[in-house]
Design a protein around this ligand. Structure first.
Ligand SMILES: Cc1cc2nc3c(=O)[nH]c(=O)nc-3n(C[C@H](O)[C@H](O)[C@H](O)COP(=O)(O)O)c2cc1C
Length: 168
């Protein structure tokens, strides 16, 4: 494995990439700067933030590099469903896919992204409001939308670190 490459809008994915870099000793590059350091078909781990279910930059990264593992970072809680949806929406055929919960902070967004998320947040909050009983995840989502939160945790990288052990 040559490097960790990431795309991040508000810093959560960057943070995961940096932690993964510290844990593995692999160099970490933003997708923009990666071509200055890497050759075509070099083996990488790619991390991208989720934009309307799409892992930002993954398609391009897969065209240039040999993506050995891909991590999508979104605002929803990690779990089988989040991972299954991500694999389906991004047409990932390789089994080495990981979903990580990042966070959300409207104040770190601007332009079209801010506009889109403001609309989406309204819809999400309305849906939660309709529910008679709110789950922990619902409360977490309300808090994230209203107050801005990063839920990046080192522990969330456990499964990718486990997988890395199996290939080294
Ligand atoms: C326009 C927009 C669309 C998003 N769509 C999704 C989505 O489909 N699924 C999801 O889990 N999170 C979605 N998010 C939330 C981001 O993926 C989340 O905030 C992530 O942590 C951002 O990573 P970053 O801090 O590295 O930019 C969206 C955010 C924006 C701004």
């Amino acid at each position: 494995m040559q490097a960790i490459v990431y795309e991040s809008k508000t810093g959560n994915t960057k943070r995961y990439a940096e932690i993964l870099g510290q844990k593995t000793g692999l160099p970490v590059y933003s997708h923009k700067e990666a071509s200055r350091h890497l050759n075509r078909q070099d083996e990488i781990i790619y991390l991208g933030w989720l934009f309307a279910s799409i892992i930002k930059g993954y398609k391009k990264a897969a065209e240039h590099y040999d993506v050995k593992a891909v991590c999508g970072v979104g605002m929803r809680r990690a779990g089988e469903e989040a991972l299954k949806d991500m694999i389906k929406q991004n047409h990932i055929s390789d089994p080495n896919a990981f979903y990580l919960q990042g966070g959300y902070d409207v104040n770190k967004l601007s332009g079209i992204y801010k506009f889109m998320m403001k609309m989406m947040s309204k819809v999400i909050l309305k849906e939660i409001e309709k529910k008679e009983t709110k789950t922990d995840e619902d409360l977490e989502t309300i808090d994230m939308i209203n107050n801005g939160r990063s839920l990046v945790k080192v522990e969330n990288l456990a499964s990718i670190l486990e997988w890395l052990k199996t290939i080294s």
